[in-house]
Design a protein around this ligand. Sequence first.
Ligand code: HEC
Length: 98
Amino acid sequence: MSNIKQVGLAVGLLVIGQSGFAANAQQLAGRCASCHGANGVSSNPANPNLAGQKAPYLLKQMREFQSGKRVDSVMGAMMKGLSEADMDTLAIYYSKMK
Ligand code: HEC
């Protein structure tokens, strides 16, 4: 794991300790629910489940969609404009779902 990734997760874990985390995460995830499900489980087989997936894995996928390393037109567009902290928050949020 690179240092940058560790820093990103550390920031996210700090954010979790703050009361605003849940509200912020829910707001960010509101854009994802139509495809990935409100509880991170998708009803459409074309869309992967996110619930319970490991946070570092989710963060890596989001970074790669954003950078274009992993190519998907929908997800590339979804990640546009999200900050590192936003992606971190989303990764932790979905990883904690059952
Ligand atoms: C319009 C539908 C749609 C929306 C909205 C959407 N996604 Fe996705 N997402 C997909 C599809 C389809 C894939 C699979 C792409 C592929 O085949 O590579 C995917 C893949 C992913 C993956 C990779 C999962 C894995 O197991 O590799 C992550 C993480 C992810 N989405 C997060 C998000 C987040 C966070 C949001 C909200 C900010 C979001 N998505 C919004 C359709 C969507």
